[in-house]
Design a protein around this ligand. Sequence first.
Ligand code: ZN
Length: 250
Amino acid sequence: MSRKIDSKFASNGIWNNNYFIRGRKPDCVFVHIMCAPKWSSDVCGAYFARSKVSSNYGIGYKGDICQYVEEKYGAWAQGSQYWNKRGISIELANSTGADKGWKVSDETLESCIELVADIFIRNGLGHVNYTGTTKGNLLMHKWVAATSCPGVYVASKFPHIEKEANKIIDGEIRLPERGYFKKGDHGRSVRILQRWLRKQGFYKGLHKGDIGTYKSLTAGAVKKFQRKYSLVVDGEFGQECLKKYKELKE
Ligand SMILES: [Zn+2]
């Protein structure tokens, strides 16, 4: 039986059979924390394939995303049949372990924001609504089962995930005013540039090895953008590109 990767942000699928037929549409997202530190999304997928738990997606500590269970099925993630049938679940790799509050890397968090927005858009769930209770649609495992998942750090980021995912849902992508990017740059601003290039159709999906770092794939996308608008084609996002970006925004 062939299975389908639902999100363009997932680079691959490592499938398992630990899921329920939902019998309904999913209407919320659960963000979990992986217990073992510094797992990649592939290692988590291999673990689920040989165990009796799962989630729909996993995000590794470098921001890599893998799908394990199709969204139409409810993964065995929440420890509750009711919530497994309702929720789409995402496991985040922790980078520090329990003693440091189960922190996750910035890349993992940024990938989570992009994946949450993508899930909401494709499933017609409207805006992300974090209420601090199960009345909202961005939920914590510890609200529905006896667990401390997703840990102190990720729990503190739920309002941030809500705010940033809603910006993407609303189509608001603002490049930093600095506006100058070249090969070797990395960090959140590069991530936002990639997000904008993706929205404009120049950069596809989320590439392992290029996540949040300005490498050849990003430079290639910038070249396509430069070619389309008859700018100097050098693969660097400089003043001329920034000017065009501002014109397109108006
Ligand atoms: Zn959990």
